[in-house]
Design a protein around this ligand. Structure first.
Ligand code: ATP
Ligand code: MG
Length: 311
């Protein structure tokens, strides 16, 4: 559905994205992750034909985004980072106006606007002035706008930014449902959201793609894995030194409170050292009140990739 080849964008004196290559297949929900300034918005704006790349090419549904921009855009719904809405229009008015702009035939507009209003939960605010809407509703209007011409691809740039936790859950559900019938490219800084919704993830850092895989594979292959927490009284023993002798333990940090020591163990990928820790504690007669494993998450992957060369 999306094909990007050697895409590069330079702003005056600065390369925002460098030689990007990736594809998004039909029906995929692709998470597009990266720190601030990584190049996500730049890439998405180019795909939405808002600006040309400096070099390279991209196509949507087989149509070149510049030579066949109209055809490409007919397949694409784009929700920008800061949804530009007309603040003095009413929700209905705005959606009708946008539908007409997108060349939806006149007789079909009421039906299309009705559908997206329903889908995005806008019924109760349809006659409100956009300027008076809360952030969450404004985002929904932006999403309804992106959907009104029935595109098969959605490009959503941080659709949940600035929303409260309840609204985030609602938008996440909406995106999941949209994903049943649409291909989606989604940028966000909320990583648990990606683990819950996306079938694949691209991590971009300083304008380059550093990872492109399923969330499961990324988490499985991460070098610094999760860890184990042990809460114990170790008497005279130097608990940290003992724990470090366990093969797969990479390092141990300790905090102490009320005579209880909390050991945080970082372990090698794929290793589960809980049994060994338990045996050690039993043999040494330590009092134990907690022994838990922390699985690595997409957040660990993100941190490892994007902080690799920073101190
Ligand atoms: N119009 C512009 N003129 C000059 N430089 C720009 C412009 N837009 C973006 N940049 C630069 O390009 C780089 C990539 O920016 P971009 O907005 O694509 O990042 P992003 O991944 O969307 O970040 P964020 O998570 O903060 O939204 C940044 O270094 C940014 O400063
Ligand atoms: Mg951005």
């Amino acid at each position: 559905m999306i094909k990007v080849e050697n895409l590069t964008k330079k702003y005056a004196g600065q390369t925002a994205i460098r030689d990007l290559n990736f594809e998004v297949g039909n029906g995929e929900i692709m998470g597009f992750l990266g720190p601030n300034g990584a190049g996500k918005t730049t890439t998405m704006r180019i795909l939405a034909s808002f600006m040309p790349p400096s070099s390279g090419r991209a196509s949507i549904a087989g149509f070149d985004i510049f030579n066949q921009s109209l055809e490409a855009r007919a397949h694409l719904g784009y929700m920008p980072e800061n949804v530009p809405l007309y603040n003095d229009m009413r929700v209905n008015e705005y959606l009708n106006y946008r539908a007409a702009l997108k060349n939806i035939p006149h007789r079909r507009i009421p039906e299309r606007v009705g559908d997206v209003r329903e889908l995005c939960g806008l019924k109760e605010v349809e006659n409100k002035i956009i300027g008076a809407l809360s952030k969450g509703y404004r985002q929904r209007v932006g999403l309804a706008d992106a959907l009104v011409h029935e595109p098969d691809l959605l490009i959503l740039d941080e659709p949940t930014s600035g929303l409260d936790p309840n609204q985030i859950r609602q938008v996440r559900e909406l995106i999941k449902n949209l994903g049943k019938q649409h291909t989606i490219l989604l940028s966000t800084h909320i990583l648990p959201e990606v683990e819950m919704t996306c079938s694949r993830v691209i991590i971009i850092h300083r304008g380059r793609i550093e990872a492109n895989d399923t969330p499961e594979n990324l988490v499985q292959h991460i070098r610094t894995a999760g860890g184990v927490t042990l809460d114990a009284k170790t008497g005279k023993d130097d608990g940290a030194a003992e724990l470090k002798r366990i093969g797969a333990v990479r390092d141990v940090s300790v905090t102490e409170e009320d005579g209880w020591k909390t050991f945080s163990l970082r372990v090698e990928s794929g290793a589960d050292v809980r049994e060994e820790v338990f045996r050690l504690a039993r043999d040494r007669h330590w009092d134990v009140r907690e022994l838990t494993a922390r699985r690595p998450t997409l957040e660990d992957v993100f941190v490892e990739i994007t902080q690799a060369d920073e101190v």
